[in-house]
Design a protein around this ligand. Sequence first.
Ligand SMILES: C[S@@+](CC[C@H](N)C(=O)[O-])C[C@H]1O[C@@H](n2cnc3c(N)ncnc32)[C@H](O)[C@@H]1O
Length: 222
Amino acid sequence: MQRIPEPDELMDDAAQAMAYAAADFSEANSLFVELVEQQADGALHGALLDLGCGPADIPILLAQRHAGLQIDAVDGAAAMLDLARERLARDPDMAQRIHLRCDYLPCEALAHGGYAHVVSNSLLHHLADPRVMWQTVAQCAADGANVVVMDLARPLSVVAVDGLVETYALNEADVLRRDFRNSLFAAYTVDEVAAQLAAAGLDSLDVRMVSDRHLAVCGRIG
Ligand SMILES: C[S@@+](CC[C@H](N)C(=O)[O-])C[C@H]1O[C@@H](n2cnc3c(N)ncnc32)[C@H](O)[C@@H]1O
């Protein structure tokens, strides 16, 4: 099935950002955290960069579970970062260890080679040009850094898209169902991501399916 890009890269509409932040992504978030921990052999410390952090659910989960992490959480949408800021305001320890950055990727200002971990959940399919993801990973990851990038994988057919929307978003708000459907159409396949990694020279990273609707790129730089 042919890819249909997202109508907008950034989720900068306040209502859309609020609906996203209110949704329950605990299953996907747990899977993501599990992959990040597996990739780091359980122990996460040092500087971690989260690309397209949204309302910061994942940085908060990771910081709660790993006291030695300092996290830079980047998103280009002020509406998402406002929600993230509200969450951090309720927890001074988290606010000290998670630094929110409003940056539109690609972003030269992000520290070159500065991160022991580079992670991203559900950003790749938003990017008009997927090379931005892999250029940013290559720019920011330190030698030996752990990388985990998870996203939806594009199904084979419209029927399969509708099946996933029915299974996972049946009782969600209209805006979320629409966003999920758009995201499935905009997502890449495992083969497309493998070609992106090869073109970016990121040969040490592997891509595989990790659920019925998610793919993940995992590996170590260098
Ligand atoms: C689907 S959300 C994922 C949020 C979060 N990672 C999560 O798993 O809950 C994708 C986020 O990527 C952000 N985004 C999209 N394109 C971007 C770009 N070029 N630069 C920075 N952020 C971007 C959007 O604003 C949105 O907040």
